[in-house]
Design a binder for this molecule. Structure first.
Ligand code: ZN
Length: 265
């Protein structure tokens, strides 16, 4: 499940594999870029904004600066393979982009919104996003302002709305609300301390940077990495009550009705 930390990790992997490399070939399996060829382009760096990946390149010899944008949403991923290594991460029919360099080949699977834009126009693609939890410009006050602008919205979906803050996926949404004792259906206006909530979300994502196992409990042992996420009908680790799972908006949410009291159904 790509969340902000997963995408951040992916950006680091791609940057380590490709930064400074001159591409020896490319293959775009998306209609809008089917004829694009990045041979000779040089990879500068790779950044993440929420679930968006921004691979920045120098165009061939003319000094132009470009960004290859991809949105990972729920199912997209990038992998870096060594030369000659088999591409085994996902079925081949899910491949959308291949970037070849002398030292590594980057393969993007199930990518969305693949686009190549001048780097100074990145805002067209990611400018709508709220403050990035893992960005150098993380701004909790701005995140609180954006959340507060829709006081009647339920806090669960509001945390997932990347226009409010960028990087929280379903796992962190469920976990941070549990840790703060807030029912996911609570209107934003009734959440006691939005500042604590967004700060805790940022801390949870930051703690998981650099590894692929996401944990909000402090344990990396299988089956013990979350308080409520993915634990329907299992006993709450804190109080023993059965964890509940329900659809909320377009997503499911998990919560403990005892530790997160609120709206009754
Ligand atoms: Zn509980």
């Amino acid at each position: 499940m790509p969340e902000g930390d997963t995408v951040w990790n992916t950006a680091r992997v791609l940057e380590r594999a490709l930064a400074g490399a001159r591409l020896t070939g490319s293959d775009f399996r998306v209609p809008q870029l089917a004829t694009t060829d990045l041979t000779g382009w040089v990879v500068r760096e790779c950044a993440s904004r929420g679930k968006h990946l921004l691979l920045r390149l120098d165009g061939p010899a003319d000094g132009s600066r470009w960004t290859l944008h991809s949105h990972l949403r729920m199912d997209g991923t990038w992998r870096a393979y060594a030369p000659g290594e088999r591409w085994t991460a996902r079925p081949a029919h899910l491949i959308r982009v291949v970037l070849r360099a002398p030292t590594a080949t980057a393969v993007g699977y199930h990518l969305h919104e693949v686009a190549l834009v001048p780097t100074d126009e990145e805002a067209r693609l990611v400018g709508h996003l709220g403050p990035d939890l893992l960005g150098e410009d993380w701004d909790p006050a701005e995140a609180i302002r954006r959340l507060s602008a829709h006081p009647d919205a339920a806090i669960g979906p509001a945390l997932l709305d990347q226009r409010n803050l960028a990087g929280v996926g379903n796992l962190y949404k469920c976990e941070v609300l549990f840790l703060r004792g807030i029912d996911p259906r609570t209107p934003v206006r009734d959440v006691p301390d939005l500042g604590c909530l967004v700060t805790l979300a940022q801390e949870l994502l930051a703690a998981n940077r650099g590894r692929w196992t996401q944990s909000t409990t402090g344990s990396l042992r299988r089956g013990q990495t979350s308080h409520v996420y993915g634990r329907r009908a299992q006993p709450c680790r804190r109080c023993g009550t059965a964890i509940r799972k329900e659809e909320q908006g377009e997503r499911v949410t998990y919560w403990c009705p005892t530790c997160q009291p609120g709206t009754t159904t």
